[in-house]
Design a protein. Structure first.
Length: 160
C-alpha cells in the first residue's frame, strides 16, 4: 500500500490532529456510500397484531409498540441513512468546491482523498491523472481539507 504524503496545513489553520481526523473522515467515503445503499434494502417487519381480551370479551387488536428511539426502526434506519448520505455529500461538495468545478480534477481529487492510494498513485495512473500539474493538485488537496473542516464545523454551509 503506497503511503500518502503528509501535507502542511499550518497556513490554513489546520493542526496535524485535525488533518488526521479529516483524512480518516474522507477515507470512510466509500464505506458510508455502500452502507447508505444497503439501508435501502433492509426489510423491517411489523410485529403481529395483538388481540385484547378482558373478562372473556374481545376488545379488538392493536399493534405493539416500544418506547424510546428504538420504537420506530424504520425512522431510525432512515435517520442513519440520512446521516451517512450527508457525510458523503459533504465530502463530494468539498472536493467540487476545492477544484472549482473542474470535473476531471474533481474525479482525481476525490479518488486521492477517499482511498489510501494517495496523490502520487493518482498522478501516475493514466486513467486517473488529472489535467493539471502536481503543485496545482496538491494545492487543491489542501483546499479540500480546509473546506471539509469548515463544513464539518458548520462555518461553511454545504450546498443543499
Amino acid at each position: 500500500m503506497p503511503s500518502t504524503r503528509p501535507i502542511k496545513l499550518d497556513d490554513w489553520g489546520i493542526s496535524w490532529e485535525e488533518y488526521k481526523e479529516l483524512t480518516y473522515f474522507a477515507l470512510q467515503y466509500n464505506r458510508k456510500k455502500a452502507d447508505a445503499a444497503a439501508l435501502l434494502t433492509i426489510k423491517v417487519s411489523t410485529p403481529a397484531p395483538v388481540m385484547y381480551h378482558k373478562g372473556g370479551k374481545e376488545y379488538g387488536t392493536f399493534l405493539p409498540h416500544g418506547s424510546g428511539r428504538a420504537s420506530d426502526p424504520v425512522a431510525a434506519t432512515a435517520a442513519k441513512r440520512d446521516r451517512l448520505l450527508g457525510d458523503v455529500r459533504m465530502i463530494e461538495q468539498a472536493a467540487w468546491a476545492a477544484v472549482e468545478g473542474e470535473s476531471l480534477i474533481y474525479a482525481a481529487l476525490l479518488k486521492a482523498v477517499t482511498t489510501r492510494s494517495g496523490v502520487q498513485a493518482v498522478m501516475a495512473n493514466p486513467d486517473t491523472k488529472p489535467p493539471c500539474g502536481k503543485n496545482e493538485f496538491y494545492a487543491a488537496r489542501r483546499k479540500f481539507f480546509w473546506i471539509l473542516r469548515e463544513m464539518k464545523c458548520g462555518d461553511l454551509e454545504p450546498i443543499a
